[in-house]
Design a protein around this ligand. Sequence first.
Ligand SMILES: [Zn+2]
Length: 58
Amino acid sequence: MTKLLEKHSPESLNVEGKTIYVCGCCGFEYIGDLDSEPDDYVCPICGQPKKVFKRKAM
Ligand SMILES: [Zn+2]
């Protein structure tokens, strides 16, 4: 039998050791270092600026 490709749900993505920022407007989750983004970075979903993102506790 050929093993089917395993599917990973979003919840099972390995984000350990990474920082998650959540958009305070639409809930979009940015995974990584938001500080490394330019100051004019905006949320890809709702277009709000970086300052609306809140760091999510792991
Ligand atoms: Zn947003």
